[in-house]
Design a protein around this ligand. Structure first.
Ligand code: SAH
Length: 218
């Protein structure tokens, strides 16, 4: 077991490293407070503050801190928003969003991950995050739409119209789009019936599975 102080030092170092490319002070401040080691399996904890993705079981990963920071920055959160996350995974991204927005609704398709994420987030005292098990044949969580910001933490073959339909006027959708193993990160802003699309660069995410996305997991 690594003593707590070592995690704190490693976390501070990671934040310094992110500062070279991430300019949003709020995003960095929130990430500086969240214990990433609590969101990864015990055997991965010593790598929790490396700037890389890590396995979280069931062939899924917690994303690389730089990509998480970049995606979060692109959401332009001010503290008032209701945010939808697709792909709860470990719950780490949900915790970051919870520190920057009013409310977070996160959906996960794998029951074991949803359950584990709920436990971790509860143990850390979060009260503004709801983790739902995704419904078959539904992408996102239309029941509470529209959302001021939507983040998809799994790669989609195309921008899913189902998610644009859940985005509020003036809202931002951040999503990796492209072939199965390599995607481009898009920021899509909605202005009435119009949308604008900006690329944030290349990335590699696990697949978004189900309606509006890939058909099955490998
Ligand atoms: N945000 C996570 C990263 C999770 S990896 C974190 O911080 O740890 C992507 C997750 O998306 C996986 O857990 C996968 O099971 C989930 N997923 C894939 N397709 C989904 C869908 N259609 N709805 C909800 N979750 C989905």
């Amino acid at each position: 077991m690594v003593p707590c102080m070592d995690f704190e030092t490693a976390r501070a170092r990671l934040i310094e490293h992110l500062k070279t490319r991430i300019k949003d002070e709020q995003v960095l401040a929130v990430m500086a407070r969240i214990p990433r080691e609590r969101f990864v399996p015990p055997e991965e904890q010593h790598l929790a503050y490396e700037d890389r993705p890590l396995p979280i079981g069931l062939n899924q990963t917690i994303s690389q801190p730089f990509i998480i920071a970049l995606m979060t920055e692109a959401l332009e959160l001010t503290g008032k928003e209701k945010v939808l996350e697709i792909g709860t995974g470990s719950g780490y991204q949900s915790a970051i969003l919870a520190g920057l927005a009013r409310r977070v609704i996160s959906v996960e398709r794998l029951p074991a991950l949803a359950e584990q994420a709920r436990k971790t987030l509860d143990s850390l005292g979060y009260t503004n995050i709801t983790v739902h098990l995704s419904k078959e044949d539904t992408l996102g969580w239309p029941d509470e739409a529209p959302y001021d910001a939507i983040i998809t933490t799994a790669g989609a073959p195309r921008v899913p119209p189902e998610l644009l339909a859940q985005l509020a006027d003036g809202g931002r959708l951040v999503i990796p789009v492209g072939p199965r193993y390599i995607q481009e990160l898009y920021k899509i802003s909605r202005h009435g019936k119009m949308t604008t699309l900006q690329s944030l660069g290349g990335c590699s995410f696990v697949s978004l599975i189900g309606k509006g996305a890939w058909e099955e997991d490998f």
